[in-house]
Design a protein. Structure first.
Length: 179
């Protein structure tokens, strides 16, 4: 999945995205999953609803594997373009491994979106989470893998206050049972 750096995100924040037509902004009642949005505002205690309404369609879900990676251990499965003069894959023979082309690209409007309707933004501390305050319907936070448990708790609590969705909020948080 594609992730963004802080400076890329701040550039995106400064360039305001396309505005919705009036009738789409004034929807009286919309239900997505379990969250109900009334008059464009969230009720107290509910998480943000994704702004994306278009269905996400992936043209190809399977990964492109390197030719003959299943036959030789030295050839890893990560894709490399074949350059041999006799290569059947490069010459696009029928029944051979498919090569990645420009036509396999995703729709521009739904590119980099997760199945939950948000784009991912990697967060390392609470101050980086503040960037998502105004964009909580487009971006969701993902806590970086090297963040400590203490900071994770602080990030999850602050995200709940800002109505920001956190994809891995339960990671490394164990409840202690008293016996």
């Amino acid at each position: 999945m594609a992730t963004m750096k802080i400076d890329e995100f701040s550039q995106l924040v400064n360039n305001v995205g396309p505005k919705l037509p009036c009738r789409e902004r004034r929807t009286s009642l919309t239900t997505i999953g379990r969250v109900t949005r009334v008059q464009g505002r969230l009720k107290a205690g509910e998480m943000a609803v994704p702004l994306l309404t278009k269905k996400i369609v992936k043209k190809r879900v399977k990964k492109f594997k390197r030719p003959q990676s299943d036959r030789k251990i030295s050839v890893k499965p990560s894709w490399r373009r074949p350059k041999g003069i006799d290569s059947r894959v490069r010459r696009k023979f029928k029944g051979c491994t498919l090569m990645p082309n420009i036509g396999y690209g995703s729709d521009k409007k739904t590119r980099h979106f997760l199945p939950n309707g948000f784009k991912k933004f990697v967060v390392h501390n609470v101050s980086e989470l503040e960037l998502l305050m105004m964009h909580n319907r487009t971006y969701c936070a993902e806590i970086a893998h090297n963040v400590s448990t203490k900071k994770r708790k602080a990030i999850v609590e602050r995200a709940a206050q800002l109505d920001v969705v956190v994809t891995n909020k339960l990671a490394r948080l164990r409840s202690q049972e008293d016996e």
